[in-house]
Design a protein around this ligand. Structure first.
Ligand SMILES: Nc1ncnc2c1ncn2[C@@H]1O[C@H](COP(=O)(O)OP(=O)(O)O)[C@@H](O)[C@H]1O
Ligand SMILES: [Mg+2]
Length: 282
């Protein structure tokens, strides 16, 4: 035995904590941006929301998460940065298993944009909201200012840094919410219904902002044309299970699949008429 004190093979955060190894060490040679395996979850009231979800997202990849109301999209999103803890199964982020001792690094790598921007904004100024995360990481002074400016510029809100978040329009608040997560320079951005309540121009501008990012994207949405334009791949979740995974245009053109999972395109919309979204995998 070469290592008598060892407790066995490295199995996620427990082994890393015991051995004192860097918990950020990837568990695989070429880890996925997100690797969800057998994820099962029940809410405290006993309602089972996820039943063995498997999902792998490559670095830089853009994946739409589709499915009817109650399918489990938000519940899945809340597991990806450890807000909810799986009843069974694992979530890995860049090879790092989500668990109590890895949360800090997980939340640097994965950022969630909630459905309601007001859940994300709580500071007296836009600048303070965007600075909150990176300041927590230890950034200060000019470095912090540059990080805030970079994030606000990316969402076209640099001139609004001194404003009070709740004085902004809904679309502006959503953009600031996105800036708060971009300021963390995440590897993975998870967005829950990002186009809800946006007017058509705001929706198009959001698409342009997201299209300019390098991070992997997982976009839970009912906005199927938006999913098609941004994400070459889509996953359909229904009743806590992945029921389809493939090219977004193929899924949206599959009338039986769509009908079986309460997915409806806007009247007259032809998914084959839209040029395929860019493949941004790295
Ligand atoms: N806090 C909660 N407590 C109990 N059940 C919940 C809670 N939040 C969601 N659920 C249930 O979990 C399932 C999945 O919900 P959700 O993840 O919100 O779906 P989606 O985002 O796809 O609409 C639904 O059956 C929903 O009623
Ligand atoms: Mg939801």
């Amino acid at each position: 035995m070469s290592a008598p004190g060892a407790t066995g093979p490295a199995v996620g955060w427990q082994a890393a904590a015991v051995s004192g190894a860097d918990p950020a060490t990837p568990s695989e040679a070429d880890p996925a941006a997100l690797d969800v395996r057998g994820l099962t979850f029940a809410y405290p009231d006993g309602r089972r929301a996820l039943h063995g979800v498997d999902l792998r997202v490559e670095p830089g990849e853009r994946v739409a998460l589709l499915g009817p109301n109650g399918a489990g999209k938000t519940t899945l999103a809340l597991h990806l940065d450890g807000i909810l803890r799986a009843s069974a199964g694992t979530v890995r982020v860049g090879g790092l298993e989500v668990g109590p001792t890895t949360l800090r690094e997980v939340r640097r790598r994965v950022q969630l944009v909630f459905q309601d921007p007001d859940d994300q904004l709580f500071s007296p100024t836009v600048r303070d909201d965007v600075a909150f995360g990176p300041a927590n990481l230890g950034l200060r002074g000019a470095e912090l200012d540059a990080r805030v400016a970079e994030a606000l510029t990316a969402v076209g809100m640099a001139e609004h840094a001194e404003r009070v978040p709740h004085h902004l329009s809904f679309g502006q608040r959503r953009r600031v919410a996105i800036a708060t997560v971009l300021a963390m320079r995440p590897d993975v951005l998870v967005l829950d219904e990002p186009t809800s309540n946006l007017d058509p121009a705001g929706r198009r501008e959001l698409g342009e902002i997201l299209d300019g990012l390098d991070a992997a994207l997982l976009v839970a949405t009912h906005d199927l044309p938006f999913a098609l334009q941004l994400c070459p791949r889509a996953v359909v979740l229904d009743d806590g299970v992945v029921v389809a995974d493939g090219p977004t245009a193929d899924l949206l053109a599959d009338a039986d699949l769509m009908a079986a999972h309460r997915l409806e395109l806007p009247y007259g919309f032809d998914p084959r008429s839209v040029p395929p979204a860019r493949d941004t995998r790295r």
